[in-house]
Ligand binder design. Structure first.
Ligand SMILES: [Zn+2]
Ligand SMILES: [Zn+2]
Length: 273
């Protein structure tokens, strides 16, 4: 009886983990060391966006996050078998994290390069208040697409124990802190791990910051593939889309790519001679 209960509690913790991290980040660092003007209390749009996103994850069934990797592995997939115990587990977790972060990096670059993906990802970039809740502001269909690309590719490449997938899932909660409205910055060590100051530049509304700092957890991929732009001391640009477009209501966020594409077409038509 204890084991199933522990499994249910562990699963609940993994699923709701980002929420607890977000509450902690909102209560402590964002209050103590704010980098810019805080989000107005009445602005709850990110909460609605997150609810739709979570619903999509659940309705995606087996495609839910790391379960796709576990499922692919269980079905015999996984070209490279990673160790699952002792020190080997630590090495395997490091390899898995490097591979997943690279896949996340490639997906993120595609989101900025392919118009259909940008139409969705621009919702994440439309937030004028860059804070921990921005980490939850993703279009609801994205987890499904990511499960069938990022997680599927890594699942086909590596055979790993579910513990490693859980360790990686826990590491991704750091994404909440990366988006926090805080002054956390590693200065000349920004290439080691992503920080709010580093990622804020990726969300900048200013043209001088476009196409930089795509990294998820490890900015070393920006160093390798181009786009590494460490923030200057105290550099905290305004965030959001350069056009100022953003959803005002939950329904607008739920249908964001359609509205965004329509706006783009209208703007292009007006700009045409
Ligand atoms: Zn982006
Ligand atoms: Zn972001």
């Amino acid at each position: 009886m204890v084991a199933p209960l522990a499994s249910v509690l562990a699963f609940a913790l993994v699923v709701t983990g980002p929420v607890w991290v977000m509450l902690l980040v909102r209560m402590v660092p964002e209050r103590l060391w704010p980098a810019s003007e805080p989000r107005p209390q009445r602005d709850r749009l990110n909460l609605f966006v997150w609810l739709a996103y979570m619903l999509a994850q659940f309705s995606a069934g087996p495609a839910f996050g790391g379960l796709i990797t576990v499922a692919v592995n269980a079905a015999g997939g996984g070209l490279i078998v990673l160790p699952s115990s002792g020190w080997g587990l630590v090495l395997a977790a490091a390899i898995y994290l490097l591979a997943m972060d690279l896949a996340e990096y490639a997906f993120h670059r595609a989101q900025h390069a392919i118009p259909a993906l940008w139409a969705m990802h621009s919702l994440h970039h439309s937030d004028p208040y860059f804070d921990s809740t921005t980490s939850a502001r993703h279009f609801w269909a994205e987890p499904v697409i990511k499960s069938l690309t990022v997680w599927l590719a890594v699942g086909v490449l590596f055979k790993v124990s579910p513990a490693i997938v859980a360790i990686y899932a826990a590491a991704t909660y750091y994404n909440v802190l990366i988006h926090s409205n805080t002054r956390l910055d590693l200065g000349r060590f920004n290439w080691v791990v992503n920080t709010p100051a580093y990622h804020r530049l990726h969300h900048s509304a200013l043209p001088e910051h476009w196409d930089c700092n795509f990294a998820a957890l490890l900015p070393i991929y920006d160093v390798i593939f181009g786009g590494y732009r460490p923030p200057r001391p105290g550099e905290r640009p305004p965030t959001g889309l350069d056009t100022g477009e953003r959803p005002r209501k939950a329904l607008e966020a739920a249908l964001w790519p359609l509205g965004y594409a329509r706006q783009r077409r209208r703007a292009a038509a007006q700009a045409a001679p």
